[in-house]
Design a protein around this ligand. Structure first.
Ligand SMILES: Cc1cc2nc3c(=O)[nH]c(=O)nc-3n(C[C@H](O)[C@H](O)[C@H](O)COP(=O)(O)OP(=O)(O)OC[C@H]3O[C@@H](n4cnc5c(N)ncnc54)[C@H](O)[C@@H]3O)c2cc1C
Length: 550
C-alpha cells in the first residue's frame, strides 16, 4: 500500500534536518557562549532544545523502521510513520529557521543545501501528505490501535506480555473507581506488583533485584500506565529514583540495608524535593537538617516544609533532600539526601509523632487527575533520623543535589514509558470509538479527517515511544547519561497531552463524561510535563545546557 521509496525519502529528509540542526546548534553555542549565557537567550535556547528533541525522535523512529527490515519484519505502516514524522519535523524546523533567521544563524548556503533543497522539499511534501496519515489512521482503526511494536530483545518482549496480562486483569477494572473516588492504590496491586518483581527492576541481583535493565523497565511501565497512570504505572517511579541515588552514592551497608526491601516491595517510597516556595530552583531548597544526637544516637533533626510529595502517606520511607549546610550561599553544595522512615498511612492526612518529640504532618492536595497515590504537603519539626540515613554518610554530605539528579534521570526515562503507556490507552479508546460511533449514517472512522487525526496520533506516539526506547538502550550502555532520558520525558509527555486531547475531541461530548476513560486520560496526561523538571526547565537547564555546552 505504501511507497517503496519511503526509506530513501526518509533518510534524505533526516539527513537534511540533522545538517541544518547541527548548523543551528553550532551557531547557538557561539551565541550562548557555550551554554553559559542561555538565560540571556532563553526563547531561542528553548526553540533549539525542542527542535533537537524532535529531530532525535524522528531519527529514533526511522532507526526502528530500518531495524525491522534488517530483522526481516519490515512493515509498511511503520515506514510510512517514519517518513511522515520526519517530514513534519523537517517542515517545522525549516519554518522555525526561516522565521528567526538572525537568531538561528544558519548560513544561507547551508539552509539552501539542506532543508531548502528542492529535492528535500519534494520529499517532505510527499511524506507528510495527508493521504499517508489517513492510510495509517485506517490501519489504526482496523487494529483498534493495538501496540504490537516489535522489540529487539526477548526479555523485553516477554516482560511486555506478562505486564499486559497483569495490567488488564488486575488494574484496568479498578482504574476508573480509584480515579473517581480519589482512592488509594489497593494493597492487592502493590502485592501483585511486588511478586512480579516490578519494584526491583533496576536493583542489581546482588541486592535482591531483577537487574532487568532499562528497556524492560520501560515496556513494563508502559503496560501498567495504559491501564492506569496513577494506580500502577507511577508506583515504580519512586523506587527507581531512590535505587539510582543509592547505587550512585550509598555506602555498601546502605545498599544492603535499603535495596532488598525496596526491590521486594516491602518498602514503599516517596520522593521529597519540592517545597512550597522552591520548585525548579532545587539548589535553593531550604528544609534544614541539623546535626545532633537523640538518646545517645548521633543523627540529624529535620525541620521545614515540603510540597507535592507523591505517595507520602502510604510510603514507608521518604527520599528527602535537605540543607545540611545552613549557609544558603552554598546553594546545591549545601544539600544532602536522606532516607527518612515513617509509618504508612492510608488516608489523605497523617501525623507521625516520634518518641523523642519530632513530628511530621502531611496533608494531600486535591488534584483533577493523577489520583491513587495522592501528593502531600509536608511539615517536619525536629524529625530525627540517625546519621547512617544520610546517603553516603559523612562522604555524602553536600552531595545530595548530584545524587538527586542521578535519580531524576532514571525517573525521567521511566516517565517516557509512563507517557507512552497513557497515550496508548487514549489511542486504543479513540480507535475503538471511531469504529463504533456513527454520525451522518457512517462510523466516524470512515471520515477522512478522523483517519488523518488517528494516523497522526499513532505516528507521534510511535516517535515518542521509540525515542524512549532509544534512551533506555543508551542508559543500559551508560547509566550516567542525562540528555537522552530528558528528551524522552519531554517529548513523550507532550505526545501524551496531544494524543489524549485529540482523543477527547474524537469522543465528542462523551469525551467529557467521567464514565468514558478518555476524560481520565486527559487530566492524567496534564501532569506529565510538570513534574521531574517542569517543561521549560527541562528544556533550558538540562537539554539546551547539555547541547550547547559542547
Ligand atoms: C501531581 C504532582 C506530583 C508531584 N510529585 C512530586 C514528588 O513526588 N516529589 C517532588 O519533590 N515534587 C513533586 N512534584 C513537584 C514538581 O516536580 C514541581 O511542581 C516542578 O518541579 C515545578 O516546580 P514548581 O511547581 O515550584 O514551579 P516553579 O519552579 O515555580 O516554575 C513555574 C514556572 O515558572 C517558570 N520558570 C521558573 N524558573 C524559570 C527560569 N529559570 N527560566 C524561565 N522560566 C522559569 C516556568 O514557566 C515554570 O513552568 C509534583 C507536582 C505535581 C503537580
Amino acid at each position: 500500500m505504501l511507497d517503496a521509496r519511503m526509506a530513501d525519502q526518509t533518510s534524505t529528509i533526516l539527513g537534511a534536518a540533522r545538517a541544518a540542526l547541527d548548523a543551528a546548534l553550532d551557531a547557538g553555542r557561539k551565541t550562548t557562549r557555550q551554554g553559559k549565557a542561555i538565560d540571556e537567550h532563553q526563547v531561542h535556547a528553548e526553540r533549539l532544545a525542542y527542535a533537537a528533541t524532535e529531530v532525535a525522535a524522528a531519527e529514533a523512529l526511522a532507526a526502528y523502521a530500518r531495524a525491522r527490515h534488517e530483522a526481516g519484519v519490515g512493515d509498511a505502516v511503520t515506514d510510512a510513520m517514519a517518513g511522515a514524522f520526519a517530514a513534519e519535523v523537517a517542515d517545522r524546523l525549516r519554518s522555525r529557521i526561516e522565521g528567526h533567521r538572525e537568531d538561528f544563524g544558519v548560513p544561507d548556503a547551508v539552509l539552501a543545501a539542506t532543508l531548502g533543497d528542492a529535492g528535500v522539499r519534494q520529499a517532505v511534501r510527499a511524506a507528510q501528505h495527508e493521504g499517508c496519515f489517513r492510510e495509517i489512521g485506517r490501519e489504526v482503526i482496523r487494529t483498534r490501535g493495538a501496540n504490537n511494536a516489535w522489540i529487539d530483545g526477548d526479555v523485553a518482549e516477554m516482560a511486555r506480555d506478562s505486564a499486559r496480562q497483569f495490567a488488564r486483569r488486575e488494574v484496568a477494572p479498578i482504574a476508573e473507581r480509584i480515579h473517581r473516588h480519589d482512592d488509594l492504590v489497593p494493597e492487592s496491586i502493590i502485592r501483585s506488583m511486588a511478586e512480579l518483581g516490578y519494584f526491583g527492576m533496576s536493583v542489581p541481583e546482588a541486592y535482591g533485584g531483577q537487574g532487568m535493565g532499562n528497556l524492560a523497565m520501560v515496556v513494563i511501565t508502559e503496560e501498567l500506565s495504559t491501564a492506569s497512570l496513577a494506580a500502577a504505572g507511577s508506583l515504580i517511579t519512586r523506587p527507581e529514583i531512590l535505587t539510582k541515588a543509592l547505587l550512585k552514592g550509598g555506602t555498601e551497608a546502605q545498599k544492603r540495608r535499603w535495596l532488598p526491601p525496596v526491590a521486594a516491595g516491602e518498602l514503599m517510597v516517596g520522593i521529597s524535593v519540592t517545597e512550597p516556595d522552591t520548585g525548579s530552583d532545587v539548589a535553593s531548597v531550604r528544609c534544614r537538617a541539623e546535626k545532633g544526637e537523640q538518646a545517645g544516637t548521633p543523627g540529624w533533626f529535620i525541620t521545614g516544609a515540603k510540597a507535592w510529595c507523591t505517595f507520602a502517606g502510604r510510603a514507608d520511607v521518604l527520599a528527602l533532600l535537605a540543607r545540611t549546610d545552613p549557609d544558603l550561599e552554598r546553594g546545591a553544595k549545601g544539600l544532602s539526601l536522606f532516607v527518612v522512615p515513617k509509618d504508612a498511612f492510608p488516608g489523605h492526612e497523617f501525623e507521625v509523632k516520634q518518641p523523642g518529640g519530632g513530628t511530621l504532618h502531611g496533608k494531600a492536595d486535591a488534584t483533577p487527575g493523577y489520583r491513587g497515590m495522592h501528593s502531600f504537603t509536608l511539615a517536619f519539626d525536629r524529625y530525627f533520623v540517625p546519621a547512617d540515613h544520610l546517603i553516603g554518610e559523612a562522604a555524602g554530605e553536600g552531595r545530595g543535589f548530584a545524587l538527586q539528579m542521578a535519580g531524576f534521570a532514571a525517573g525521567r526515562l521511566q516517565t517516557g514509558g509512563r507517557a507512552s503507556g497513557l497515550a496508548q490507552a487514549a489511542l486504543e479508546a479513540s480507535a475503538a470509538y471511531a469504529a463504533e460511533r456513527k454520525q451522518f449514517g457512517r462510523p466516524i472512522g470512515d471520515f477522512q479527517l478522523t483517519q488523518y487525526k488517528l494516523g497522526r496520533m499513532a505516528t507521534y506516539l510511535a516517535a515518542g515511544r521509540q525515542l524512549t526506547y532509544a534512551a533506555a538502550r543508551a542508559m543500559d550502555a551508560d547509566e550516567t547519561i542525562t540528555l537522552e532520558p530528558s528528551m524522552a520525558k519531554l517529548y513523550a509527555s507532550d505526545v501524551a497531552v496531544m494524543v489524549t486531547q485529540e482523543g477527547q475531541l474524537l469522543h465528542g461530548g462523551w469525551g467529557y463524561a467521567e464514565e468514558f476513560a478518555i476524560s481520565r486520560h486527559v487530566v492524567d496526561a496534564l501532569v506529565l510535563p510538570i513534574f521531574e523538571g517542569v517543561k521549560p526547565i527541562l528544556e533550558l537547564k538540562v537539554i539546551a545546557r547539555s547541547l550547547l555546552a559542547g
